[in-house]
Design a protein around this ligand. Structure first.
Ligand code: ADP
Length: 298
C-alpha cells in the first residue's frame, strides 16, 4: 500500500531521517516505534507529502489522490474549545463531502449521548474516540495515527486499541501508527520499524524481532535467598534484575538441567518464559523507554 524507498530528510545540517526504507502492506497495522526525536513524525510528514524529502515514496493509489485515500488523525488539542461533538462531525462531513452516516458512527463509538457535549468537556478517552471517528469520514484506505495513546489513562488506551483492531479488521483499513509504547506496538502491530536517530535499527514482526534477537533461547526468573547449607553459586550465568530476581538466559535444550539445579539449590517462584518484545528491544538498543518516550537505562 505504501513503499518508502531510501527517504532522507535534513533540517539545515541536521539529518533527521537517514535513508529509511519500509513497506506497508494492504490491510495491516504497521508501527513506527522510537523514542522522542527519533524522526517518527517527520517520516509521517513525508508519507503525507507535507514536507520535502529526498528519496521516493510510492502508494497503492494515484499520488494525486493522497488526501482522499489517507486520513491523518488530528491531535485532539487542535479542536476548537466552544464546539460541540455533533457540530465538529457535521463540519468535517461537509468539508470532506462525506456520505457516511454520522449517527451510526457516534453510536458505534459510544458517543451518541455526548453528541451535544462541548468537545472540551469530553474525557481524554472520549476525545480520542471522536478524533478516530473523524478519520473515518472520508472512508480512507489508510489511517495514520501519530502518538496514538499518549496522555491517555490505562482504560482509555485499551479501548483505543480495541477500536483500532475493529476498524482494521471490519473495514480492512490499513493503519500506520507511531508510538513509544512497546506494549501498544506489541499488541497492535503486524509489522514494526524501530527508528533510532532517523535510521532504521530493526524491522519485522514482533515474533521475528524476538526470534532474531534470541533464537531458541528462553529465560528463567527465580527468587533466591541463599542458605548456609547450599552452595550459593550456580553453574550457569545469571543476572539480577531491578526487582532482585535472578534471570537466566539459556538455550531451550538445557531447560530441565537448569530448572533442576535451581530447584535443588532452593530457588523459589521459578518462571520459565519466552523472551518478550521488551527484552528484544533492550537487547538491540540497550535501553528501555519511559511512558514519556524518554530513555530509561536498563
Ligand atoms: P519524533 O516524532 O520521533 O519524536 P520528530 O520527527 O518530531 O521525532 O523529530 C525528529 C528530529 O527532528 C527532532 O530532533 C526534532 O527536533 C527535529 N525537527 C523536527 N521538526 C523540525 C523542524 N521543523 N525544524 C528543525 N528540526 C526539526
Amino acid at each position: 500500500m505504501i513503499t518508502v524507498n531510501s527517504v532522507s530528510k535534513k533540517y539545515g545540517d541536521r539529518v533527521v531521517l537517514d535513508h529509511v526504507d519500509l513497506h506497508v502492506k494492504k490491510g495491516e497495522i504497521y508501527a513506527i516505534l522510537g523514542r522522542n526525536g527519533a524522526g517518527k513524525t517527520t517520516l509521517i510528514k513525508c508519507i503525507m507529502n507535507l514536507i520535502n524529502y529526498e528519496g521516493n515514496i510510492s502508494y497503492g493509489f494515484e499520488p494525486a489522490d493522497l488526501y482522499e485515500n489517507i486520513s491523518l488523525q488530528m491531535q485532539t488539542s487542535m479542536f476548537e474549545e466552544g464546539v460541540r461533538v455533533i457540530d465538529i462531525c457535521k463540519l468535517y462531513k461537509e468539508i470532506l463531502n462525506s456520505k457516511v452516516n454520522i449517527n451510526e458512527l457516534l453510536k458505534k463509538f459510544d458517543l451518541e449521548e455526548h453528541s451535544k457535549t462541548y468537545v472540551n468537556k469530553l474525557s481524554g478517552g472520549q476525545k480520542q474516540k471522536l478524533s478516530i471517528l473523524l478519520t473515518l469520514l472520508n472512508e480512507p484506505k489508510v489511517i495514520i495515527f501519530d502518538e496514538l495513546t499518549t496522555g491517555l489513562d490505562v482504560m482509555a488506551r485499551r479501548n483505543t486499541w480495541s477500536l483500532l483492531k475493529e476498524i482494521n479488521k471490519e473495514k480492512g483499513i490499513t493503519i500506520i501508527l507511531t508510538s513509544h509504547f512497546l506494549d501498544e506496538v506489541e499488541y497492535l502491530a503486524d509489522n514494526i520499524i524501530v527508528l533510532e536517530r532517523g535510521k532504521r535499527s530493526v524491522s519485522g514482526s514482533v515474533k521475528e524481532i524476538v526470534a532474531n534477537s534470541f533464537g531458541d533461547r528462553k529465560k528463567i526468573s527465580f527468587s533466591y535467598y541463599g542458605s548456609a547449607d547450599t552452595n550459593t553459586d550456580f553453574s550457569f550465568q545469571y543476572r539480577i534484575d531491578d526487582k532482585g530476581k535472578y534471570i537466566v538466559d539459556f538455550d531451550s535444550k538445557d531447560e530441565s538441567e537448569i530448572y533442576n539445579e535451581i530447584k535443588h539449590k532452593g530457588g523459589e517462584d521459578i518462571n520459565i518464559n519466552h523472551f518478550s518484545f521488551e527484552d528484544a528491544f533492550l537487547k538491540i538498543l540497550g535501553y528501555k523507554m519511559t511512558e514519556k518516550g524518554e530513555i530509561k537505562d536498563a
